[in-house]
Design a protein around this ligand. Sequence first.
Ligand code: ARG
Length: 572
Amino acid sequence: MTISQLLAQRVEAALAAAGAVGAPAVIQASSKPEFGDFQANGVMGAAKAAKTNPRELAAKVVAALDLAGIADKVEIAGPGFINIHLAPAFLAQRLEAARNDEALGINKPAPQKVMVEYSSPNLAKEMHVGHLRSTIIGDAIARVLSFAGHDVQRCNHVGDWGTQFGMLVAYLVETRQSGDADLELADLENFYRKSKVRFDEDAAFADTARNYVVKLQGGDPEVLALWKQFVEVSMHHCQAVYDKLGVGLDLAAVRGESAYNDDLPVVVSDLKAAGLLEESQGAQVVFLPEFKNPEGEPQAMIIQKKDGGYLYATTDLAAIRYRHRTLDLKRVVYVVDARQSLHFQQLFTLSRKAGFAPADMALEHVAFGTMMGEDGKPFKTRSGDTVKLVELLDEAVERAYALVSSKNPDLAEDTRRSIAQAVGIGAVKYADLSKNRTSDYIFNWDTMLAFEGNTAPYLQYSYTRVASVFRKVGDYNAAAEIVITEPAEKQLALQLAQFDEIIASVSDTCQPHQLCGYLFNLAQQFSRFYEACPILSSEGAVRDSRLAIAALTARTMKAGLSLLGIAVLEEM
Ligand code: ARG
């Protein structure tokens, strides 16, 4: 149980004893140490419901409250807040439990079968910054959910199907004939652009392209083989980005849109059987009264076009159906751009109605905002092109290398290179993860690479500071008891003891910025502790205890950063 849960349980028992049966405790971490470590703010609500005086009810609750061995002071403040000061010995016990546990003492909930669907680029083109956000955020969420004990499947729902592929295959055949296909494929964005020009300019080419689409859908082995070659090249481009980023995606995680091709007619017949499908202007559609169009009428969701073609949404319906029937997942998390919100709302609503997703299978659109340039417009190159992700990541590493070299010119070249790798990639990831994901954010090299503030370099550097203690320590008793006496020690312990709360919360909300905020606070608390409580120059049991606290801090920082996909260094 987390400290908040434990306190909630005790305060709720006291509320019940004071006559407010079933009233929630409303536990919050206090904003300042003067207000205790935690506050129970439920009395006001309970008093209002029972039409009694909140201060009087608070007094009754405190009288009935049993926090023996947990808190050493409980006070009533303001209109009826209950401020709880935790006992240092209680915190010490929590740290002992974390220290002796590989998972740092977190609570493992009942494991769930969860899918995190992320990255999911369209293979017709080069990956762009929107996919960078999905890839970074999705990977952090997958890591946190696995750490929390869930059975996590990572899925890369790549866009590898549809009419564009007819055009691309036609262009592939053409460039093959002229002999420079490999060269052309090295730049997918260009490849796409040129094939589109051919498609728009040359009617014969366009006919061939359309003919390929038909053959592709009909399963023609020759055209399928060509399509496969194109998809492989494109996947290879993506994999280069994944490898540079160090995210846990590989070919095994790929299940693209093409995988559902055979299920699409089944989706249509299932919807028909469920009485949901109607014909409208030759197309097969579902009307969803939950969503209104601008005229105030139920919104139509097209399932199959007049010409027999299927849509993005049809594939997503097939995927949900598969994720329930075949994979038996209990939760599916879609890490996709916020601009697709309406699509997901409609998709989820229809999947429930059609029985593709039962009520006990959670479907969540984990939306994120747009990555902006300095000019406040969506991030592009100076000439207005989409930014190649591989180049962006290389630039991050180069910039970090220059920074590290100017800060620490005496380090060996190799060392500076590996620091630059960790810092550069870490900075790009952290800049993204530390923002509330639903808002847009401005991509800025200088802020993300700063050694001060809520940044990856600051946290990585803080970790090396803790690690440096252990390089100088010499002999000590690594199993010594933790004893908390000083205020700075208590604040650090309090922060350490809330790691489990953060993991539980991020697992729930899929908001990695909470973990970033936690780690930033932890680094700051450590820094205060380090100044107020000398470690190496103290002696005996005090020294051993402080070393134990420092060791737990290092482990927690490292674990936390690695859940964000960020590497730590022992020295930098
Ligand atoms: N391929 C899509 C795109 O690039 C994202 C796919 C998101 N996932 C999904 N199940 N629809 O916009």
